[in-house]
Design a protein around this ligand. Structure first.
Ligand SMILES: *Cc1c(COP(=O)(O)O)cnc(C)c1O
Length: 394
């Protein structure tokens, strides 16, 4: 690659630019960055922070250590997540988009799926419910209107003798809100319909009571749907992301009724969508933290629950720039408009380029002509580096 950079520079008639071309190439590689944006689940920065370095090692990915027989990779992380979510069973796929695709293909290929017109969403990166539905082989039946859909609208579609409804799909309006003259039925109201309810909750909140946080659920969580309560209300399956409020690696989880989960797992697409041992290992670690009610070892919850006072102390200790009150956000296309009071450091002028081009890039934001680094998303072990880097501006 270095030779190629040199040749490109010479061909351009500017041999001196070889170093710059080589540097640009290196900057395109994946590298750890300091997230000082205050957006805890930053989609451009890999959503939830996860530990990933590991020695080259075999694992019992598909070996049952008790019997010595072939095991299933689906039995490990999936079973732990199911337990933590209060579900009978769960399987893991590549992301939540894959989870929705697999559920529709596994349960509704060639049949009808009922969705409210207010939930035909597009999630970032072109994940559109009607298009995923189309690719899964399921037929979409839209009911209700953009702002108001009632249980009776679903019932009419399910009970229509001309329809063949395999699934009633509820999709959480993760990244937008419809406010004003609105109405939508609860999962509980839909649970009595003659077709199973599948809820794509997206965000991956496991339990609305947050037993893994000492102080219980933070106020900003509002009424975000949680896996345990959605299943308790009668959804037969939920789907969610591994790297949003669940706080693990990129993954998608299908959890709920054991027979329906098994039906998804048997579909040929399951093989194409399954994750590898690195992801399953990281998910297992996250699931165990939940089972231990140990939110402090899940970076997302640890960052989300830091007190403003502790952040202010860190900001003063850094000793550069002005300590300012800021507003952090959960991010990740969840909880739109939600802000978490936070503390940052402001420095006059726009220094984002300088900070982004450091050996270990720092991603900051700009506010009223000042560069702001928000400490809520910065690991305390990076405070010293942040102090030196901010100190070297100018
Ligand atoms: C985020 C989200 C998805 C897509 O999840 P990925 O893990 O990014 O594929 C699907 N559905 C809902 C409701 C979401 O919030």
């Amino acid at each position: 690659m270095l030779v190629e950079a040199a040749r490109t520079a010479i061909a351009d008639g500017q041999p001196g630019s070889a170093r710059e071309i080589a540097t640009k190439t290196a900057r395109r590689m994946l590298t750890p960055v300091v997230n000082a944006t205050g957006t805890i689940l930053h989609t451009n920065l890999g959503r939830a922070p996860v530990a990933a370095n590991q020695e080259a090692s075999y694992s019992n990915l598909e070996l049952d250590l008790t019997t010595g027989e072939r095991g299933s990779r689906m039995d490990t992380a999936g079973a732990l997540i199911a337990r933590a979510a209060g579900a009978e069973a769960a399987i893991v796929v590549n992301n939540c988009a894959a989870a929705v695709l697999l559920v529709l293909a596994g349960l509704a290929d060639g049949r009808d799926v009922v969705v409210s017109r207010s939930e035909l969403v597009e999630i970032g990166g072109g994940f559109r419910i009607p298009e995923v539905m189309d690719r899964s082989g399921a037929r979409l039946i839209e009911v209700g209107t953009t702002n108001r859909t009632r249980a009776a609208d679903y019932a009419k579609a399910v009970d229509d003798p001309g329809s063949d409804v395999a699934v009633v799909l509820q999709v959480h309006q993760s990244n937008y809100r419809i406010i004003g003259f609105t109405e939508s039925p609860t999962t509980k109201e839909l649970a009595s319909l003659a077709a199973p309810v599948v809820a794509d909750i997206g965000s991956g909140l496991l339990d609305s009571r947050c037993p893994w946080l000492e102080g219980g659920p933070p106020g900003w969580l509002a009424d975000e749907p949680a896996a345990r309560q959605t299943l308790g209300a009668g959804a037969r399956l939920v789907t969610f992301s591994g790297d949003k409020l669940f706080g693990g690696p990129q993954a998608g989880i299908i959890a709920g009724d054991a027979e329906l989960v098994a039906q998804c797992a048997r579909h040929p697409l399951a093989r194409a969508l399954r994750p590898g041992s690195l992801v399953l290992g990281a998910l297992q670690q996250t699931a165990l933290a939940y089972l231990n009610n140990d939110g402090q070892s899940i970076p997302f919850w640890q960052m989300a629950s830091l007190t403003v006072e502790s952040l202010r102390q860190r900001a003063s200790a850094i000793g550069v720039g002005t300590v300012v009150d800021t507003l952090a956000t959960p991010g990740g296309g969840t909880l739109p408009g939600v802000e978490i009071p936070s503390v940052g450091i402001a420095i006059g002028g726009d220094h984002r380029n300088f900070l982004r081009n450091l050996g270990r890039p720092i991603i900051a934001r700009i506010e009223k002509d000042e560069t702001v680094v928000d400490l809520r998303t910065v690991q305390p072990t990076d405070d010293q580096y942040l102090a030196e880097s901010l100190g070297s501006i100018n």
